[in-house]
Design a protein around this ligand. Structure first.
Ligand code: C5P
Length: 212
């Protein structure tokens, strides 16, 4: 049995008190991973951005808004976990300054300055202990295999789950699971719950059994 930290859902980066940048991530893949991991006897610590779906009861569920908050929650809980599955779609940018009041229309173009947010999977991957593992997701539209391997290396992942843009807010998906040497160790298509079971099975055989 492993204790698995799962990030899921989008994050929100506020521009002013009522407006934010975000994306259409639904948390469905995260929910499927929580369900599959628990059915297979693992403990799940979940850090989620705002979503409408209900998650299966996890050992711990921490709600966050921003990418910074998601990183903070993960940094707090990762040391007590065996591994991380980064299924969230955190915003890569935030406003350099959040306006104190609602931004008013002026009749002129509005220019926003955005700065990069931290990468959660990369931050935890860089500092993981030898007995910890990290699994990232890669959603690619072109040169998918090459980009997924590059991402795996840049983010110090042990496995990367490659999928396409059709995955967003969908009930079904098609994935390839790629290991640290760049080999496709599994490929599946179907409902997200079936894919989640396949992902957890590969993590068990490639990463958890290697810890024992
Ligand atoms: O670079 P890209 O966003 O495509 O990488 C996707 C992977 O990186 C996912 O596992 C996602 O959860 C993670 N990620 C992250 N922090 C970010 C952006 C992406 O952990 N700021």
């Amino acid at each position: 049995m492993a204790r698995i930290l799962i990030t899921t859902g989008p994050t929100r980066e506020y521009l002013d008190p009522v407006r934010f940048i975000s994306n259409a991530s639904s948390g469905k893949m995260g929910a499927a991973l929580i369900a599959a991991a628990q059915l297979r006897g693992h403990e799940t610590i979940v850090v989620s951005g705002p979503v409408r779906i209900e998650y299966p009861a996890a050992t711990k569920l921490i709600w966050v808004n921003t990418t910074d908050e998601m990183l903070q929650a993960c940094e707090q809980h990762f040391p007590d976990c065996d591994g991380l599955i980064g299924a969230a779609a955190p915003c890569d940018y935030r406003a350099s300054e959040i306006a104190n009041h609602k931004i008013r229309k002026t009749g002129e173009p509005l220019q926003l300055t955005l700065v990069e947010t931290p990468d959660i999977v990369a931050s935890l991957g860089k500092r993981k202990r030898r007995d910890q593992w990290t699994v990232g997701f890669a959603l690619e539209t072109e040169d998918a295999h090459f980009r997924a391997i590059t991402k795996l290396q840049q983010k110090s992942c042990d496995l990367v789950v490659l999928n396409g843009p059709q995955a967003i807010d969908a009930d079904e998906n098609s994935i390839q699971i790629i290991n640290a040497t760049g080999h496709i160790v599994a490929a599946h298509q179907g409902p997200k719950i079936d894919l989640a079971h396949q992902i957890i099975k590969v993590i068990e055989s490639q990463l958890i059994s290697a810890q024992l």
